[in-house]
Design a protein around this ligand. Structure first.
Ligand SMILES: [Zn+2]
Length: 899
């Protein structure tokens, strides 16, 4: 039996779905015949029965931080939609007592930590309608960031302390309070906490009341809007705050007392970003306040709890010694978590399968907002790096699609591949926005937000909203069914290689035959898949033309024969392009005349084609030598990255010295042009470019560069203001790479004397550049020692990772001996790193079978798909090293230049 109002709702939804399905079946192509699946509460996956729905939680908690325990009392208003004698919800490490339904004792209560479930059996079935469940419970406080956790810290002034904070995504709210811990169960939460009276306490909503009783204070917060459990937040401790009121919203930045002034930049940018998002989404931010909380250590990045976002303090606070990169991070991490206040919080994915919908969208929105507010950062250009990372992962035979079934919610975060979900998702949404036009795309997003506010969705709900505003006519290259285009990018793995073969008419007009196949780094030609590819085609210096490639083959007009041709203008597309030899030669000859984005796309594609064995390495190096003095940070970052990879493959091989000399010759003219000293009119891009090329020349042992770095370092030892924070890492890394034992001691002393965590990370990172094996052993021992404080725990793994290339055996030994401590701060992504990233990072340390065997005994069996991906990368690198050594030797012998 199903209660009446639910039946009505279900019927309405199914009628609507039927109507949509009928509308779609009339469209001509088979790819467009399936209606996108949309969200219904009844059909949302999950383990908990849908006949008991929490409406409102009143949760009172008294944590005992010293004992790592908590005592709680809950009152939960329930809606029973089908009579039931059992009530089931999530719990973990709790003991329930005094369990009453509507004030009457229940028959039995069983809690299973293994199942993470509590089952209450009633004496008689509860009837349809409202009921009140109450109970007391005891629980645990964690020491790592899952559930309610205690975080110890030490401030730069030497003050030691501990605070409590929460991290619930995906399934850890149940560690703080028993609850319906699945995203479709939205409810109102009213939290009350009893803490030491000297503490400041924060939650999603403003304080409603505070009562001091001796040494303790009981604080109640206002009830939240209807939301999922994983967004509930609580932080308490000796905290300070700064605040501002802006257009009806109260903003505050909270940090360990004495650190809060470091939040000035974040406080100002939060207001800018909220203004922009209020406008973009068309639904005003619905909470009265937005708190940004700096947690010292604990986890990396941020967590989008509604109205009370928590950040690793390094991603929120800025000090005078912060670099531009650190300031950029403060902006973009805020932009990301704030985008989730709508995409994730106001509208939530129906199940963890669709976590990508939150994350891809937030990543795209982040880049858009960061670019909008900081045009001189050229943010989209820099995002090409993350797109390339995603494409490298996605060009593997074992790659997973963006939309991945999540069978077991407890593994929700392990099936989340950040490079696919965040970076590919961001790139695909950008391509869609560009295809539809920004105004049309935004209208679709506004309609979606309005329609689904305070509810849940699946991807189909978003595609339907975009379909509804998009022009149905695909002929102008801008229309077409968005749901069908999107499906081709989200439900199949990989991406296409678009091959371009031009023919020239007697009138000088050019036509291009485009064909597509799946791009694979290994086994190109064997992949399956067909995409609807929104191309941007540019001939010469003209505007880009939109073309939608829908089939395996398509012929298009492509400008005039003597002009350069780009099929991925501005590098917006998430696909690769292979030009026929004549077009490639033409583009190479006129490489400096291309627009920056077009040039970046060609560098990326030509390198990927060389890696796949589909083009000679020389064709990529010809582009590099055609760069001349073009000053573009992303292009040169790509180039020095590739040359660095080739150099590392050459290590220990006879061609190493000749290749390094060749690489130095490629970048030296630009280094001379830029010089060492910043000029007042340098853009951030030029400053970054200077650091990139000088740093690389130094790493390749260029004597003049090393000597210049040493001179600057000597001045820095005497006076810490002698090198600007942004340049310190570059100079110190060069010195470290050829350090004498005495210089090493100086570098180490500077690291030990770091005044704050930003400096600490920078100075220890420089140490990892040492080449000398004895010094490297010292650095390795430092990384895993107590010298790196626990609150900077997320720094350890990247530091070790930086040593893996030059000192693979040392890095692997340290990794295997300290794996648990290294991965702990990366929860919940630690296992993903172990299975999927570690093989590609430590590939040189041991034969692939040995790496695999060690990881297999460490990672749970359900991580097998991630391990397969990781091992594919490790084996690919072995094969690449052999192939590229030969190709690089040949290129050096031929002294490849642009023809
Ligand atoms: Zn996110």
């Amino acid at each position: 039996m199903i209660c009446a109002f639910i039946q009505d709702r279900a019927m309405r939804i199914s009628l609507l779905t039927l109507a949509l399905a009928t509308a779609f079946t009339s469209s001509p192509t088979p790819a467009q015949s399936t209606a996108p699946t949309t969200f219904t509460f009844a059909s949302a996956p999950g383990r908990l029965p849908k006949n008991v729905i929490p409406i409102r939680y009143d949760i009172a908690v008294t944590p005992n931080a010293a004992a790592r325990t908590l005592a709680g009392h809950e009152t939960i208003l329930l809606e029973v939609t089908a009579p039931t004698a059992t009530i089931q919800f999530n719990s973990l490490n709790q003991k329930l007592s005094n369990v009453l339904l509507d004030g009457k004792p229940v028959k039995s209560v069983e809690s299973s930590d293994e199942q993470q479930l509590t089952t209450i059996t009633l004496h008689a079935p509860a009837a349809c309608g409202r009921h009140t469940l109450t109970f007391d419970y005891t629980g645990k406080i964690q020491t790592k960031p899952v559930g309610l956790f205690a975080q110890q810290y030490k401030t730069p002034d030497g003050v030691e302390g501990e605070l409590l904070s929460t991290m619930f995504q995906a399934t850890d709210a149940r560690r703080m309070f028993p609850c319906w811990d699945e995203p479709a169960f939205r409810a109102v939460f009213k939290l009350t906490v009893t803490t030491p009276a000297s503490w400041s306490v924060y939650s999603n909503m403003p304080q409603a009341s505070r009562k001091v009783d001796g040494a303790l204070a009981t604080t109640s917060f206002e009830p939240t809007p209807k939301m999922p459990t994983y967004l509930v937040e609580f932080t308490g401790g000796h905290l300070g705050e700064i605040s501002a009121d802006h257009r009806g919203t109260h903003f505050n930045v909270v940090a360990v007392k004495g650190q809060e002034e470091g939040g000035r930049v974040a406080l100002a940018t939060a207001q800018q970003i909220l203004d922009d998002y209020n406008d973009y989404f068309g639904v005003k931010y619905p909470l009265p306040k937005l708190t940004s909380i700096a947690v010292p250590g604990g986890f990396s990045g941020g967590m989008e709890n509604w109205g009370a976002i928590t950040y690793n303090d390094q991603a929120l606070l800025v000090t005078p010694s912060s670099t531009l990169a650190a300031r950029q991070k403060v902006f973009w991490v805020q932009a990301h978590e704030m985008a989730h206040q709508w995409f994730g919080d106001l509208v939530t994915m129906g199940w963890w399968d669709e976590l990508w919908l939150n994350e891809s969208f937030a990543s795209w929105m982040t880049a858009r907002e960061t670019d909008l507010r900081n045009p001189d950062w050229r943010w989209w250009e820099l995002q090409d790096e993350s797109k390339e990372k995603a494409m490298a992962a996605d060009a593997r035979a074992n790659a997973q699609p963006i939309i991945q079934p999540v069978v077991n919610e407890l593994d929700a975060m392990n099936s989340f591949d950040p490079s696919i979900v965040l970076d590919k998702g961001q790139a695909v949404l950008r391509m869609l926005e560009n295809h539809m036009g920004p105004d049309t795309f935004r209208q679709g997003i506004r309609n979606y937000m309005k329609k689904h506010a305070y509810s849940n969705t699946l991807a189909g709900d978003l595609w339907n909203a975009l379909d509804a505003v998009s022009s149905k006519d695909a002929k102008d290259g801008k229309g077409g069914r968005i749901s069908a285009i999107a499906a081709s990018w989200t439900t199949q793995p990989g991406f296409p290689l678009v091959s371009v073969a031009v023919t020239c008419g007697a009138d000088g007009r050019r036509t291009a035959l485009l064909t597509q196949q799946r791009f694979l780094l290994q086994g190109l030609g064997t992949g399956k898949g067909l995409w609807q590819v929104p191309l941007q085609v540019r001939s010469g210096g003209g505007p880009a033309q939109a073309v939608l490639l829908t089939g395996a083959e398509q012929r298009i007009d492509a400008g005039t024969c003597e002009d350069t041709l780009t099929v991925n203008a501005d590098a917006i597309g998430y696909y690769r392009v292979a030009y026929d030899p004549a077009t490639l030669a033409l583009n190479t000859r006129r490489f400096t005349t291309l627009k920056d984005g077009d040039r970046i796309a060609m560098l990326d594609d030509q390198w990927a084609l060389a890696q796949a064995g589909a083009a000679p390495l020389a064709s990529y190096l010809a582009l590099v030598s055609a760069m001349g003095g073009v000053q573009n940070a992303r292009a040169w970052d790509q180039i020095t990255g590739v040359l660095g990879t080739l150099e590392s493959y050459q290590r220990g091989a006879p061609g190493h010295a000749a290749f390094t000399a060749y690489a130095r010759d490629l970048v030296r003219p630009l280094a001379r042009q830029l010089g060492w000293d910043a000029r007042p009119d340098d853009t951030p891009g030029v400053q970054k470019l200077r650091r990139t090329v000088l740093g690389q020349l130094g790493a390749w042992g260029d004597p003049a560069t090393v000597a210049a770095a040493r001179k600057r370092f000597a001045a820095f030892v005497a006076d810490r203001s002698a090198i600007a924070p942004d340049d310190q890492l570059m100079v110190m890394s060069i010195v470290a790479s050829s350090a004498t034992p005495a210089e090493f001691e100086q570098l180490h002393a500077i690291a030990k004397g770091a005044k704050n965590e930003a400096e600490l990370r920078r100075y220890y990172q420089a140490l990892t550049s040492v080449r000398d094996p004895a010094l490297a052993a010292k650095v390795g021992a430092i990384i895993v020692s107590g010298e790196i404080p626990k609150q900077a725990g997320t720094a350890r793994l990247p530091l070790l990772g930086r040593m893996a290339d030059e000192h693979p055996q040392l890095a692997w030994d340290l990794f295997t001996k300290n794996v648990d401590a290294l991965l702990e701060p990366y929860a919940p992504f630690g296992l993903t790193f172990l299975a999927q990233e570690a093989p590609g990072l430590f590939w040189r340390a041991a034969p692939p079978e040995q790496l695999e065997a060690w990881i297999r005994q460490k990672a749970p069996a359900y991580m097998a798909p991630q391990l397969a991906l990781g091992m594919e990368t490790a084996r690919f690198k072995h094969a690449q090293a052999a192939m590229m050594r030969k190709a690089a030797d040949a290129a050096v012998a031929a002294k490849v230049t642009a023809r």
